[in-house]
Design a protein around this ligand. Sequence first.
Ligand code: ZN
Length: 56
Amino acid sequence: MPLTDPELIKIVEKRLLNKKVCRNCGALNPPSATRCRRCRSSNLRPKKKALPVKKG
Ligand SMILES: [Zn+2]
């Protein structure tokens, strides 16, 4: 089901994209995390990537 409602997209972006991804093991962590919850690595990157928008 494609997302078309802008409000819904905002909520989904917050839920899905406002996370940190461990570069070491790829686990998702809460945005406030400073260390990976799985491997304790501090090698985290923010997962901030816009959702693909369908054009046309
Ligand atoms: Zn990790």
